[in-house]
Design a protein around this ligand. Structure first.
Ligand SMILES: *[C@@H]1O[C@H](CO)[C@@H](O)[C@H](O)[C@H]1NC(C)=O
Ligand SMILES: *[C@@H]1O[C@H](CO)[C@@H](O)[C@H](O)[C@H]1NC(C)=O
Ligand SMILES: *[C@@H]1O[C@H](CO)[C@@H](O)[C@H](O)[C@H]1NC(C)=O
Ligand SMILES: *[C@@H]1O[C@H](CO)[C@@H](O)[C@H](O)[C@H]1NC(C)=O
Length: 653
């Protein structure tokens, strides 16, 4: 094995941006079986730009072998003002390409309402990558997983078609996918390598082998992409490294690639893969340089030395690599997804991922190890200045004033949306009401005395109030479906339901939110009149009228407001908001939703605050606390993150 490694070590690794080298062997290689080509089949397209193809076991770009060393960085997980900085650092780490998913729900949050400007300007992101000397691996899905709400699908697909089957040949799903891809590629088409842009590879679906085995479906998605990509970039698939996964997930006409983490048995993986794909590039298109973290877990970490050790083995064995993630960023707003294991497992707000560049874009020890290793192959990398961590600010304490419960009449008036009454036992979902995220309040009148309340399918947490008093919380995650309540005939039952992110992976993908079952009290199904009010929490909360008075309630969903000043003489820096002592909720700074905090459970305790969202002089902050605020009613800006402090789950305040 050592001898093999040494021999391969001497093989030419071509980082094309550094060292474009004409390889005689590649010319000779043209007579070898050409497995896939982006241009050869359509010579008329060649004039437009450059060409990428697979020749033998290599990617070949404009006649030269291209060894891809790429890193994942999702433009939708950081403000666009930081795109260039992160891409430049990725390049300085020794990489020659960036891989990004495209998230459908980010660009079309509501049906037909497209967003492609500012932070949503994916074409601009790709242009900046090109300006920084990087090729682009585009992963448009339409399913992306990515620890995002509903795996990147817009939630309204579930509302528009009550029986839609995502990731299948379902006619509605395929038709909607075609409309979306036509829209997306109307922006991205000029950026394909065949048109002179940086996009060399375009992924078909995403780890489909982990989900299904319908080749007709994969063929359909390939054809939809082919229609837009034509011969102007190569198609590829990504799947787990076991044959059942990559055989179900790959499709003719797309380069099959696999994914795995450090400490994998590379020779064995190659042997297995080659049994099915004797020729073609070896590529680990998701090399796990870190890992995701759920609430109620310890922060997941992968040691840097194990990442570089396996990286070296892969490079010496001819692999193309894409780090997943190279920079993770944050799940701002309501974008975090969830997994389903033994139970529902929502993802934390931070997507730091223990990546080489941390959540704030700072190089970590792992980053330097990777850069050093890649420099052994390409000493030129050392000529690029080494990035260093940026300074963070500790802006100190902010006092927060309660503005009242959002369930008060003023709260409902300013922040709520009345959906009207329904009769019977079947309650509307977030999707059927076309409300993407936030909270939904269901209210009815009880006709019985103290006893058990039962909700078999809470999605995801239900705050149970009787006559305005919080009596308990049902958490889907803790499989708590019953609660003994105190009440009398005529009492008002208010059920406030929090959507904590739709499942993004596996067979529970169709994760409708709200109360999906009946509500029973003392074994009677409550099937009278229900009043339904939504709190979508999507407006610019700081621009909206604050609630007034009514500030007594300390338990329950209370809105708090505060402000803080940054002297205009100071540089504005990134900072972290420490939510220690608070329970669970959301924070808006100058109208930007930083995402969910839940220090009561952990492990994440601070929220990353990008400096570009702050301004000199007065800044506004709103906090919506769902459970219980600390006595001090204070949060703090500190200069380093706290991402690994465990709390208690399934314990009532
Ligand atoms: C690919 O592009 C290069 C450079 O533009 C050109 O010389 C070559 O003939 C093209 N090859 C194919 C197979 O189209
Ligand atoms: C309460 O209502 C349920 C269904 O609406 C009914 O079955 C039950 O008999 C009622 N109970 C009382 C105590 O009125
Ligand atoms: C939360 O974490 C604790 C400690 O690891 C574990 O015992 C418990 O099962 C977890 N609860 C859920 C619902 O995952
Ligand atoms: C929200 O509104 C305030 C006040 O009008 C404005 O200053 C701020 O930029 C807005 N924020 C966003 C994210 O739109």
């Amino acid at each position: 094995m050592l001898a093999l490694n040494l021999r391969l070590h001497l093989a030419v690794l071509c980082w094309c941006w550094l060292n474009i080298k004409d390889l005689g062997s590649v010319q000779a290689g043209l007579s070898k079986p050409v497995i896939i080509s982006a241009v050869n089949t359509e010579p008329s397209l060649q004039q437009a730009g450059r060409n990428i193809s697979v020749v033998g076991d290599d990617f070949v770009l404009d006649g030269k072998v291209l060894r891809i060393v790429s890193g994942s960085l999702h433009y939708f997980r950081l403000p666009s003002l930081y795109w260039r900085d992160r891409l430049r650092k990725l390049k300085a780490g020794g990489l020659n390409a960036v891989a990004t998913y495209v998230e459908w729900s980010y660009h079309e949050p509501e049906e037909g309402h497209y967003k492609f400007e500012g932070d949503y300007d994916v074409a601009r992101f790709i242009q900046i990558a090109a300006e920084e000397g990087l090729y682009v691996l585009l992963r448009p899905g339409p399913y992306i997983c990515g620890e995002r709400d509903l795996g990147g699908f817009p939630y309204w697909l579930l509302g528009k078609y009550s029986n839609i089957r995502l990731r299948t040949l379902d006619k509605d799903f395929i038709r909607e996918t075609k409309v979306w891809m036509a829209k997306l590629f109307s922006y991205l088409n000029p950026l394909l390598i065949g048109n002179g842009g940086p996009i060399i590879l375009v992924q078909v679906e995403n780890e489909y082998g982990s989900y299904g085995s319908d080749k007709k479906y994969m063929g359909e998605i390939r054809d939809i992409l082919l229609k837009h990509v034509g011969g102007k970039a190569l198609l590829y698939t990504t799947d787990g490294y076991s044959p059942s996964l990559f055989m179900d997930g790959s499709i003719e006409g797309a380069v099959a690639t696999i994914d795995f983490g450090s400490q994998s048995d590379i020779p064995n993986i190659i042997k297995t893969f080659r049994r099915y794909f004797p020729r073609g590039p070896l590529m680990n298109s998701e090399y796990y340089s870190g890992w995701l973290t759920h609430w109620n877990e310890s922060l997941q970490q992968i040691p840097g030395d194990s990442v570089v050790n396996t990286l070296r083995i892969m490079l010496n064995n001819g692999f193309n690599v894409n780090f997943y993630m190279f920079f993770g960023g944050s799940n701002f707003e309501f974008s975090a997804g969830a997994n389903y294991g033994q139970t529902y497992l929502p993802d934390i707000t931070s997507y730091d991922y223990d990546a080489p560049l941390n959540e704030a874009g700072d190089p970590t020890e792992k980053y330097y190890l990777i850069r050093n290793l890649l420099s052994e192959y390409h000493p030129e990398i050392q000529n690029i200045p080494t990035p260093v961590p940026s300074r963070k600010a500790a802006y100190g304490e902010i006092a927060l004033q309660p503005r009242g419960s959002i369930l008060s009449s003023k709260g409902r008036h300013h922040l709520g949306k009345k959906y009207g009454d329904v009769m019977g036992s079947k309650l509307p979902t977030f999707e059927s009401l076309r409300q993407r995220a936030g909270l939904l309040l269901y209210e009815t009148t009880l006709n019985d005395t103290d006893g058990q309340l039962r909700i078999a399918k809470p999605r995801d947490s239900v705050y149970v109030y009787v006559d305005g008093e919080l009596q308990g919380i049902l958490y889907r995650m803790c499989k708590q479906y019953t609660l003994n309540i105190k009440c009398k005939p005529g009492s008002t039952l208010s059920l406030l339901v929090e959507n904590q992110g739709r499942i993004n992976f596996g067979n529970q993908l169709h994760d409708y939110k709200g109360i999906l079952s009946t509500v029973e009290h003392n074994n009677n199904v409550l099937d009278g009149k229900w009043t339904v009010t939504g709190f979508p929490l999507v407006f610019n909360i700081s621009a909206d009228k604050p609630l007034e008075g009514e500030n007594e309630l300390k338990r329950g969903p209370v809105l708090f407001e505060g402000s803080f000043t940054i002297p205009s003489t100071e540089n504005i820096l990134d900072t972290y908001l420490d939510t220690t002592g608070w329970s669970k909720g959301y924070v808006w700074i100058n109208g930007h939703n930083l995402g969910r905090y839940w220090p009561r459970v952990g492990p994440q305790v601070t929220l990353y605050v990008p400096g570009v969202w702050l301004r000199p002089q007065i800044n506004s902050i709103f906090v919506l606390e769902l459970e219980e605020a600390p006595k001090e009613l204070m949060m703090q800006f500190i200069d380093s993150p706290i991402l690994n402090r465990r709390g208690l789950l399934c314990k009532l305040p």
